[in-house]
Design a protein around this ligand. Structure first.
Ligand code: ADP
Ligand code: ZN
Length: 601
């Protein structure tokens, strides 16, 4: 077993051997080797690597190299279950300590833990910090403690989990065990929080660049309800698994229903569902090859399916950090920002937390509605300096044309002022264009009546949206029939005086040009037409195998690995071993079946 094998002089050599033999990868990527080396030397560390950057190997491999059991703390039950299944497929002795275990299973698990028969144990923070569990684990040799999704410790963030704070006690309880905190998403302040709360002061910090050259970022302003646009985006990606995030449970149900009417295999997933129904839907989704999950944003962290090909935010996430975890195509509107700010304000948290979160929301919308490179904006947000534009996001490809609309803005603002905040956006635009139905004489008498009749209603709608984004107008929710009134008084005065300019961008054109383009994740998989037949045969085999074992298909082989097999058509075991993602465990288990498929297709 790996943990008892003699350690060669350079521990990183042992780590590379496991990387190759157990996980089937030729070498470490990015900062992985640095992080692994640090933990192998017995030191604690903090690692911030992008999603898909291979965080899990950073602790899985040291756990296999170092003597003793590796503990992995994760907030997400579904993710733990999948990781354990994937590790077992690779021949690693991994298990999960969960509250649902029967008494017998629990004692069997403890026997394995205490008998040194386990390499990795996954558990929730509560389970680990429960007194008896921690005491008992402290008597077993431990290789390391990994804290996954470490940003959950920060109260500024969107994923704050109070129970994560308890993990700071590990520094005293297990002073000799290296602790590794990993996350995909943490700005400088969140990193500070992680260090302080998890007692990692003075430890090495590994922060990868936030550049994601494999992704072409894009975002779109919502038009109307946005359902039609979501349906279009989904239709442009047929036969692909995808996740769509919604801001509310109702929203998720309604959207899933609308997509099903379009013939899309869509299910809703949110906290309002019965626990069993939810588990069943998640399992169905993970096991299906195509299929669309419409989930509330709160569940974002719970869905990790490597073969997901697209992510759409039907409603925007809460912050750039939250966005960076899923990197979908956000559809956003000024009403979303207003709603997010209202919701933050009604929360039961300190004024300081509220103001930090409100600033994060504004920074997100500034990026979404910005006019320059999105990738650069995200990287600057995370504290990178001197970043270059990416050259491939929607804003780099089609820089929005900005038109000065200060004069129109003055008209719209004074109309809103005259109307006294008694009407919604539609009525405001009708007033400006002089199209109000059954208009009363008192309204007609206002100096702003029909003042903008020579400008298209669409332009006015865009402008009102822009003024709402800039806080120059604001909407009073009025029980779902929002009324538009003047916003920030100083700002409005500055616009009246011409000291503050307002520009609008030519949105419609941009929305059209991005229609057929590949979205965020869709670009990653390419199968040569000549290999499609074999690729599909491999997928069919994998589906059956996954069904037989009741595991998600990607746990057996990822799509990327199947595509690489189809592309290289290995004839021998050693040729198959050379394919990325094929380790010894999987070779022993599936080698024969895969080679047979290659021969026959
Ligand atoms: P995340 O950082 O998002 O948790 P994972 O640990 O799940 O990422 O890894 C993402 C994918 O990258 C997995 O499919 C994993 O097998 C693959 N991977 C990780 N490290 C390497 C590597 N050194 N070489 C090739 N593939 C790797
Ligand atoms: Zn760009």
């Amino acid at each position: 077993m790996p943990s008892t094998a003699p350690i060669p002089r350079d521990p990183l050599d042992a780590a590379r051997a496991i990387l190759r033999d157990t996980f089937g990868h030729a070498d470490f990527r990015g900062l992985q080797a640095g992080v692994v080396g640090e933990v192998l030397a017995g030191r604690s560390a903090l690692a911030v690597l992008p999603t898909g950057g291979g965080k899990s190997l950073c602790y899985q491999i040291p756990a296999l190299v170092r003597p003793g059991l590796g503990l992995v703390v994760s907030p997400l039950i579904a993710l733990m279950a999948d990781q354990v299944a994937a590790l077992q497929q690779a021949g690693v002795r991994a298990a999960r300590l969960e509250s649902g275990l029967s008494l017998d299973d629990r004692s069997a698990l403890w026997r394995r833990i205490e008998g040194g028969e386990l390499d990795l144990l996954y558990l929730s923070p509560e389970a680990l910090m429960a007194g008896p569990t921690l005491d008992r684990l402290a008597r077993t040799p431990l290789a390391l403690i990994a804290v996954d999704e470490a940003h959950c410790v920060s109260q500024w963030g969107h994923d704050f989990r109070p129970e994560y704070r308890m993990l700071g006690r590990l520094a005293d309880a297990l002073p000799d065990v290296p602790r590794l905190a990993v996350t995909a998403t943490a700005d400088a302040r969140t990193r500070e929080d992680i260090r302080r709360e998890l007692r990692l002061e003075g430890c090495a910090e590994f922060v990868d660049s936030f550049a994601r050259p494999e992704l072409a970022l894009s975002a779109e302003r919502k038009r109307g309800k946005g359902h039609a646009r979501v349906a279009e985006l989904v239709a442009a990606r047929p036969g692909r698994a995808g996740v769509i995030y919604c801001g509310s449970r109702d929203g998720a149900e309604i959207l899933a229903e609308a997509l099903r009417k379009d013939g899309v295999d869509a299910t809703a997933y949110h906290a309002g569902l019965d626990k069993d129904v939810r588990a069943e839907r998640l399992e169905q989704f993970l096991e299906a090859e195509a299929g669309v999950m419409v989930a509330t944003i709160a569940f974002g962290m719970g869905i990790d399916k490597p073969d997901v090909r697209f992510v759409i935010h039907a409603d925007p996430p809460a912050s750039i950090e939250a966005y960076w975890q899923e990197v979908g195509i956000p559809l956003y509107g000024s009403a979303d920002l207003a709603w997010a700010l209202r919701r933050l304000d009604s929360r039961d948290t300190s004024a300081e937390v509220k103001s930090v979160q409100a600033r994060k929301a504004r920074q997100l919308y500034a990026m979404l509605d910005g006019a320059t490179c999105r990738a650069a904006a995200v990287r600057r947000y995370f504290g990178e300096e001197a970043v270059q534009v990416c050259g491939q996001c929607d804003l780099c490809l089609a820089p929005p044309k900005l038109t000065d609309a200060t004069e129109l803005a003055q008209k719209a603002l004074s109309a809103a002022h005259r109307l006294g905040g008694r009407f919604g956006r539609g009525r405001l635009v009708d007033h400006l264009t002089g199209k109000t139905k059954d208009v009363m004489d008192s309204e007609k008498a206002l100096s702003t009546w029909a003042i903008g009749a020579d400008t298209a209603a669409n332009t006015w709608r865009d402008l009102v949206d822009q003024l709402l984004f800039e806080g120059l107008l604001k909407e009073d929710p009025n029980d779902g029939r929002p009324l538009v009134g003047l916003g920030d008084a100083d700002g409005v005065r500055a616009v009246y005086r011409g000291e503050r300019r307002v520009s609008v961008r030519e949105q419609l054109a941009a929305a059209k040009s991005s229609r057929g383009r590949k979205g965020a994740k869709a670009a990653s998989l390419y199968v040569d037409p000549a290999d499609v037949h074999l690729f599909e045969a491999l997928r069919g085999w994998r589906r059956e195998e996954a069904g037989r074992q009741h595991v998600p298909p990607y746990v057996i082989f990822h799509d990327a690995t199947l595509a690489a097999i189809a592309g290289s058509r290995p004839r021998t075991e050693s040729a198959l071993r050379a394919v990325d993602g094929v380790g010894e465990g999987k070779l022993a288990r599936y080698g024969e079946a895969v080679l047979k498929l290659v021969r026959e297709n």
